[in-house]
Design a binder for this molecule. Structure first.
Ligand SMILES: [Fe+2]
Ligand SMILES: [Fe+2]
Length: 283
């Protein structure tokens, strides 16, 4: 099957907020003002209501109640608001169970949020790559979105074939998907994001999150690859194949990290688990 044929088979993808997609496109601009963000969020009533509910939850512990998007951005800052809005908007699509991956409800969302957090940490660490933290966060959040589509195309029989390839021929999960279905979840995810008109840089990073592009210049796919591996090493490895994730040593070297630093980052990511869990209960 081609990527387009696989996507065409999917019937139940939850609708994604147009405002959230617009916000991701805004990330491409060199500077985003509070006003740009407020104007986009305000166009979506559901998202606005979710955002205000989140801002007024005990998680943020604000002294005064937040009554408008303008106030929310002023009180929490636009980076924080972007995180909340994107997490809420895409999270609602990711809460479903994925039988094709043996992933239970909420697990993909949690793993995506942890990878997003790891992406931000790495973007700050590898600052000479010049990747903005919100961009690294967003790609982390979206990196496995192709699994939503793939899970619907993977019948129990295809699932068995994939499992057999991983367990008996030491194929990676993505290689096995490609051999059995003709495409893997990374390509499918990029194709889905393309249909939502998201920026090329984000599509490229999602498409290559298992095979990062280190040359001639390491870019966003390298950060996303290492962020995903850190999430796995820290214990966020959903599905039966979670154990099989391998970190590409070239990607680690391209970020200027050594083994000791990787271990330190794993601890940092694990420390963020509690915050992620609290956030999910409040959303
Ligand atoms: Fe993946
Ligand atoms: Fe992942």
């Amino acid at each position: 099957m081609t990527t387009t044929e696989i996507i065409a088979k999917v019937k139940n993808l939850p609708p994604i907020s147009q405002a959230a997609l617009k916000l991701v496109n805004l990330l491409e601009q060199s500077s985003i003002s509070n006003d740009d963000i407020v104007q986009v969020i305000k166009c979506d009533n559901v998202l606005t209501a979710k955002l205000l509910r989140a801002c007024n939850s005990p998680y943020f512990g604000l002294d005064e109640p937040v009554a408008s998007v303008d106030q929310a951005v002023l009180m929490l800052g636009h980076q924080q608001i972007l995180h909340i809005v994107l997490t809420l908007a895409f999270g609602s699509a990711m809460v479903v169970p994925l039988p094709g991956y043996a992933v239970e409800a909420n697990e993909l969302w949690r793993h995506s949020l942890i990878t997003a957090t790891a992406g931000e940490i790495i973007a700050a660490e590898a600052y000479d790559l010049n990747v903005e933290a919100p961009v690294a966060f967003t790609v982390g959040l979206l990196h496995d979105i192709g699994k939503l589509v793939m899970s619907q195309a993977i019948t129990p029989e295809l699932q068995n074939q994939i499992r057999e390839l991983v367990e008996t021929q030491s194929c990676s999960r993505t290689e096995a998907e490609k051999r059995v279905l003709g495409a893997d979840h990374a390509e499918i995810g990029a194709c889905l994001l393309k249909s939502w008109n998201l920026p090329e840089e984000i599509l490229e990073a999602v498409a290559h999150h298992h095979h990062p592009v280190c040359k001639p210049q390491p870019r966003l796919s390298v950060i996303t690859h290492v962020a995903n591996c850190l999430a796995h090493l820290a214990g966020s490895a959903p599905g039966w194949d979670g154990f099989a994730e391998r970190v590409d040593p070239q990607a680690v070297a391209a970020l200027g990290l050594d083994e000791a630093r990787v271990e330190g980052l794993v601890v940092q990511v694990r420390d963020a688990f509690e915050r992620v869990d609290q956030f999910m209960t409040m959303a």
